[in-house]
Design a binder for this molecule. Structure first.
Ligand SMILES: [Zn+2]
Length: 230
């Protein structure tokens, strides 16, 4: 029985788990990024444009070669990230019956589109752009794979509201901005201390357990509500 594991999008790590594990970002990143950037510069140097910034030598042999080199480097970079996310998601799903994740925040997406409310067309594009950013980021990729593998393995994914999860104490549920001290959570109410991202993962886990409980015993909950109303 693997129980319920809470997963938080870490601030300094790829993810933090409620069992105190911290998952580092993929390590090969920097070297590959530097190479991709160099190939990008090489392609730019071989590119000739007209006044409207349109490429005019797109069919030139040297440029086609350079474009191919850049495309392959980008592909290898993406593959490394995917492989890593696959491995992490596999470990996670194998070790738990229920995986608790923060709900993808629609609020954050709407906020990013602020200022374009009067222009729906642009807002739609802004949202699509943000969706792409969310899904392409390390955590977005990991999240997608956790959901897919959980489905294959008949595990349950519970999505919870992550509101204030970074300021809430996972032991006494007290919420205070003052409890947050850099990478630590030091509860001003009960004195509980933990890595801030691990604490947030524990808060997410607690919220998922609560959601599961009310799902498993809806009649009891309804009964209690009925009594309260009477
Ligand atoms: Zn506390």
């Amino acid at each position: 029985m693997g129980g319920v594991i809470g997963v938080d999008r870490g601030v300094h790590v790829l993810a933090a788990l409620s069992d105190s594990r911290l998952i580092a970002n993929v390590a090969v990143g920097e070297e590959r990024k530097a190479k991709t950037a160099r190939l990008q510069r090489e392609l730019e140097a071989l590119t000739e444009r007209d006044g409207a910034r349109r490429v005019i030598n797109g069919r030139e042999h040297r440029r086609i070669k350079a474009r191919g080199r850049l495309a392959r480097a980008k592909e290898r970079q993406a593959n490394a990230r995917r492989d890593y996310a696959h491995k992490v998601a596999r470990r996670l799903v194998d070790g738990a019956d229920v995986i608790a994740l923060e709900k993808l925040s629609l609020r954050a997406m709407t906020r990013s589109a602020r200022g374009t409310v009067d222009c729906p067309g642009r807002k739609v594009r802004a949202k699509a752009g943000l969706n792409r950013v969310v899904l392409d980021s390390g955590f977005g990729l990991l999240r997608q794979m956790i959901v897919a593998k959980a489905e294959e393995a008949a595990r349950t994914v519970v999505e919870v509201d992550s509101h204030f999860s970074s300021q809430e104490c996972s032991r006494c549920e007290h919420v205070a901005r003052e409890s947050r001290r850099r990478r630590r959570l030091c509860c001003v109410q009960c004195g509980y201390r933990n890595h801030a991202d691990v604490n947030a993962a524990l808060v997410i886990r607690g919220r998922a357990q609560l959601a599961l409980k009310s799902e498993l015993y809806p009649a009891e909950e309804a009964g209690r509500r009925g009594q309260a109303a009477a």
